[in-house]
Write a protein that binds this ligand. Structure first.
Ligand code: IPD
Ligand code: CA
Ligand code: CA
Length: 272
């Protein structure tokens, strides 16, 4: 059995299994385009002062949408490069797509980026896939079916103390408007943890919490396509995801705190 077959076996229903299979197929299609274009010259446009979009984001998005439309023609699609700036919580089933999470990394040849695809039903995550093309790591989860990486079950760490925790964060594109809050968070958290990473792809940060490479992750000013898939990966791997005050998470709120669960309260106390 290949890594997708091994994973979808664990889905609770055949419908979820075929949706997870569709998400994996689309993520591999997008990821292959990204990997093929990694060493080619990029055409880059600016969405904001430091917010880039490349021709690869656009090509990956088109190919992912085509793949999902072929496999699940009845499911609506919300994708970053075509969704507009203020997406609303959709009703019913919708695919939420980030065709290239970590565009700045991609544009600079820093090989930490991914495709992120989630299926939400009335705002509740059903399927979440994050594919890192340079590492060929396929993180996949379906509701109540666990979380998997390349067909092997993954779970969060059991680290209980901040001083033993490796955590990650990210900086918003509108950093000039948020600089005080970001620096305050770093000032409070950095001396208490083992170390902090800012690797530049929120979807991958969440996948890394799910598989135990990180103990926790927080970030403000994110969009639904950054987090929707990683949210399910973390919860299915035994972790916890909330806003900074511990309230239930939705990818349609801008802030996220995702941890192995054991350090959730401790990290939340630093962010509140
Ligand atoms: C970005 C990455 C980054 C995070 C930004 C996101 P993009 O997504 O996830 O790590 O800090 O806030 O917008 O623009 O590369 O898809
Ligand atoms: Ca993103
Ligand atoms: Ca993106």
């Amino acid at each position: 059995m290949n890594r997708i077959e091994t994973t979808i076996e664990h889905c609770k229903t055949s419908e979820l299994a075929s949706q997870l299979q569709a998400a994996c197929r689309a993520a591999l299609v997008g990821g292959t385009i990204i990997r093929d274009m990694y060493n080619a010259p990029h055409s880059i446009e600016m969405k904001g002062a430091i917010n880039l979009v490349t021709d690869t984001d656009v090509s990956s998005e088109a190919a992912i949408i085509a793949s999902l439309n072929e496999d699940t023609p009845d499911i609506a699609i919300m994708a970053e490069e075509s969704a507009g700036d203020n997406p609303k919580i959709p009703e019913g089933k919708v695919w939420i797509i980030d065709p290239l999470d970590g565009t700045t990394n991609f544009a600079h040849g820093f090989p930490f980026f991914a495709v992120s695809i989630a299926l939400l039903q009335d705002g509740v995550p059903q399927v979440g896939v994050v594919y890192c093309p340079m590492q060929d790591e396929l993180f996949a989860s379906c509701r109540e079916g666990g979380a998997w990486m390349n067909g092997k079950r993954i779970q969060v760490t059991d680290t209980r103390f901040l001083v033993e925790s490796l955590v990650a964060t990210g900086f918003p594109y509108d950093i000039h408007e948020n600089i005080d809050e970001v620096l305050m968070q770093l000032r409070d958290i950095l001396p208490k943890v083992r170390d902090i990473r800012r690797a530049g792809a929120a979807a991958v940060d969440l996948a890394y919490v799910a598989c135990g490479r990180l103990d926790g992750f927080w970030e403000m000013a994110l969009k639904p396509w950054d987090t929707a898939a990683g949210w399910l990966l973390v919860t299915e791997a035994g972790g916890e995801v909330t806003d900074f005050t511990g309230k239930p998470y939705s990818p349609f709120i801008p802030e996220i705190l995702a941890t192995n669960s054991a350090i959730h309260q401790l990290l939340k106390d630093q962010l509140e």
